[in-house]
Write a protein that binds this ligand. Sequence first.
Ligand code: 7TS
Length: 417
Amino acid sequence: MFDVDTLRKDFPILSRQVHGQPLVYLDNAATTQKPRQVIDSLVHYYENYNANIHRGLHKLAEEATEAYEGSRAKVARFIKSPEGARSVIFTRNCTESLNLVANAWGRKFLNAGDEIVLSVLEHHSNLVPWQLIAKEKGAVLKFVDIDGEGRLRVDQLEQLIGPRTKIVSLVHASNVLGINPVRYAAELAHRQGAIMVVDGAQSVPNMPVDVGDLGCDFLAFSGHKMAGPTGIGVLWGKPDILEAMDPFLGGGEMISRVLLEESTWNELPWKYEAGTPNIADGIALGAAVDYLEGIGMENVRAHEKSLAAYAIDRMSALPEVTIYGPKDPEERVGVVAFNYGDIHPHDLSQVLDQRGIAIRAGHHCAQPLMRRLDCVATARASFYVYNTFAEIDKLVEALEGAGRFFDPDAAAAARMS
Ligand code: 7TS
């Protein structure tokens, strides 16, 4: 394993104070903090070799192109891309990656009456793009439900994937509940000749992901949730499918030959990268991959699992706390969504903020899931490599304090004394 106290020194932000208290950052599912190595990589690029890539024949352009393409190769290695960097398309984020598939694949291959299988626990990013293309094409959306513990209903998955299914798109690790059996879903999809899309926004940053082993056709994720910068995301796709689709956006970079009336396309992966890309953040994503590989994704996973186990254990001891999703940490990443009695999560989050503790409160861009769980919102603590057991102790202590603060009986008793 690694030494968390040493590792924390790599993250400058972790030494800041919030409301006079040391920052306890537990909002990692929204975005993770960045190590010095990633920040330095951005500054180094802008200070030393800022240039547009692929087109210049001067030294700076060569260096920038090499670093950007080197980063793509690192990402390919990180997820064990069977056909290497050709499969790795840089986008702005996971959301754009999913929109790319919905638009480029959907526009070309979807027909009226075709079915798209999703689940009720998807992030809006894996719902809205499919709603849009389904409406345009007259395709039909089908939703797999969850069981009482928040697990995906595999029996329904088996039922819903049928001969009319063209696309199955599921989140690998939920930003609210648990980990889904996407490898099995890919098998079911392929038996029916459908494609399998995986939203890896919460899995790729938190556990080893071998994309070949998953058996999917597309995998989407964001750099900013894996210690990388904002503004850079990835769509991994099988080359034969990427070849068969038409481009998503048109413009410079993505073309081979342009005539006035029509054009031909660049090779993979550049066919899907129109215009000047996000060079700096693409390069810095490579630094984030180096950083995570230095720790080892097995170790990242093990650390988060033990944090989640400890948090669930301690929080379950508070009678007012309801934790959502499977309780076995094997079945989730470092995400613990919960409610505390009838305290609104926004109020809870504000009280915790006064103690320097950052959690997320709200619908987590999963409004249909909130409805399904019969709550308007939840609080959520989410962990990353730099979080500690002591921080979870602080969270639990602060929750107890919030419980007393919002408890009318306790407040009345305090006034009387
Ligand atoms: N899919 C999942 C499962 C996510 O958790 C998120 C972001 C996305 C897709 C979209 O990622 P983006 O980088 O394109 O925005 N989830 C969250 C969250 O839980 N809190 O803030 C963002």
